[in-house]
Design a protein around this ligand. Structure first.
Ligand code: BGP
Length: 476
């Protein structure tokens, strides 16, 4: 059995659903300059907001105005928690102001009050893929150490304001995405960095990572000073990397690639860089500039829990000749034992159980699965009844993954705090900017060009998840 206080719910991020991108004094954020793309064409980063370009996040699903209706639907499903993020540029429009924007703060007061009134614990990501664009333009993003102060000023403002409304906080969403320096969207969304022509991307990225780890540790300390009951966690994109064969060289290659992930959790949980960091950086030709006192900061600001997103696994083959262009995940070869989604993501529920075990064995800290879900093209039914989409494929994916969480808890004794389904209501896809890559239990009438009434309607999975929560995961 899962514990009675298991945090069932759903997850979203401000920039993917709020819309109202210039309302309430909000400044432009790094996600506002991303056009829409699709499975073949990547999203473009434009030079500021350009006339004539389509930016799907500007409207999102207009959650900013419609949240009461959505929160009522979440309550109907029985959510015990709801994970969203605060849009940093609603609070500090340019990022470097001395005082926060009251209108922005007031919006989240209303949202968190609404959630609590409907029985949901807010789980809040401080920085989910959007930083004030001003910080990118004026300071070069997190490559600049000054960003630590701006981040802390922002954290302090929201920690104090929502001290009695929010208990669970996440520092930086999927902080490890940026280790893939081949895709500039990650540097932009993780760190407000726009790469310059010819610069050493690894150097810039790992320096930014250091600043973010220091900023995160300081935020943990600050948060605990403001309210000792705060639970503050890191947030990782967790993709377990399997060896392509039992050739020990593949095993070593997999271990090596996992270091890109473990480095972050090692620092967050143990409070210091692991020894392998030095060889990783040396291999990449990276030299991290630190300041006296950084070590102490990291040691004193360790997290209370680990949170992660889990969608897929990947496979590494040590041979340079291997076809690593397979599917979904950079540098991965195809896994013949798994099925893939329409976007090439390997469907692997056992990989979730495996990951929970790996992390728990290593750290013995509670783990929160704050993202898991199935992006798919949904077909509206010709004659809708109680629901408008028969999404049995989504139910099958979620059922298998929840089963995996249960086995991890019940059989392997991993301490899992909760599980929130990504995109519990249809939102703009982060990776492609499409709207037709849908994850929701709730359908939103909108297409890839931005047309639609934005009306909400239930899918079959809505009723399924309602039953899952009502039985605390016993009926899947
Ligand atoms: C994670 C992000 C989310 C999200 C999700 C699904 O990387 O934290 O913001 O959108 O993945 O990805 P996508 O929208 O690209 O399908």
């Amino acid at each position: 059995m899962l514990p009675d206080n298991f945090l069932w719910g759903g997850a979203v991020a401000a920039h993917q659903l709020e819309g109202a991108y210039r309302e309430g004094g909000r400044g432009i954020s790094t996600s506002d300059i991303l056009t829409s793309g699709n499975a073949q064409t990547p999203r473009q980063i434009t030079d500021g907001v350009q006339p004539g370009c389509y930016y799907p996040n500007h409207e999102g699903i207009d959650f900013y105005h419609r949240y009461p209706e959505d929160v009522a639907l979440f309550e109907e499903m029985g959510f015990r928690c709801f994970r969203t993020s605060i849009s940093w540029s609603r609070i500090f429009p340019q990022g470097d102001e001395l005082e926060p924007n009251e209108e922005g703060l007031a919006f989240y007061d209303r949202l968190f009050d609404e959630l609590r009134a409907h029985g949901m614990e807010p789980v809040v990501t401080l920085c989910h893929f959007e930083l004030p664009y001003g910080l990118a333009m004026k300071y070069g993003g997190f490559r600049n150490r000054k960003l630590i102060d701006f981040y802390l000023r922002y954290c302090e403002a929201v920690f104090r304001r929502y001290k009695d409304k929010v208990k669970y906080w996440l520092l930086f969403n999927e902080i490890n995405n940026q280790t893939d320096t081949t895709r500039p969207i990650y540097a932009l969304t993780n760190s407000a960095i726009l790469f310059e022509e010819g610069e050493n991307r690894e150097q810039v990225t790992w320096q930014a990572v250091h600043h973010e780890l220091v900023a995160g540790a300081l935020a943990v300390r600050l948060g605990h000073e403001i309210n000792p009951a705060f639970q503050i966690g890191c947030m990782m994109a967790w993709v377990p990397i399997y060896p392509a064969s039992c050739n020990p060289k593949d095993m070593l290659a997999a271990t090596d690639r996992m270091h890109d992930r473990f480095l972050f959790t090692d620092v967050y949980v143990r409070g210091h860089y692991p020894d392998y960091a030095a060889s990783m950086w040396a291999k990449k030709g990276v030299h991290i500039k630190t300041q006296p006192g950084d070590e102490k900061i990291l040691a004193q600001g360790t997290v209370d829990f680990i949170s992660l997103s889990y969608y897929m696994s990947a496979v590494v083959d040590h041979r340079e000749s291997a076809d690593t262009d397979a599917k979904g995940f950079a540098g991965s070869v195809t896994n013949p034992y798994l099925q893939y989604s329409d976007w090439g993501w390997a469907i692997d529920p056992d990989g979730l159980r495996y990951s929970l075990n790996q992390l728990y064995e290593r750290y013995e800290l509670p783990i929160f699965v704050v993202e898991n879900g199935f992006g798919a093209y949904d077909q509206l039914m010709n004659t809708p009844g109680d629901y408008v989409v028969e999404d049995d494929y989504r139910i099958a994916y979620l059922r298998a993954h929840i089963q995996a969480v249960k086995q991890a808890v019940e059989v392997d004794r991993v301490n899992v705090m909760g599980y929130t389904v990504w995109g519990c209501i249809d939102v703009v896809s982060f990776g492609t900017g499409e709207f037709s890559k849908r994850y929701g239990f709730i359908y939103v009438d909108k297409d890839d060009q931005g047309n639609g009434t934005l009306q909400r309607a239930k899918k079959k999975s809505f009723y399924w998840y309602q039953k899952v929560i009502a039985t605390n995961g016993e009926e899947l």
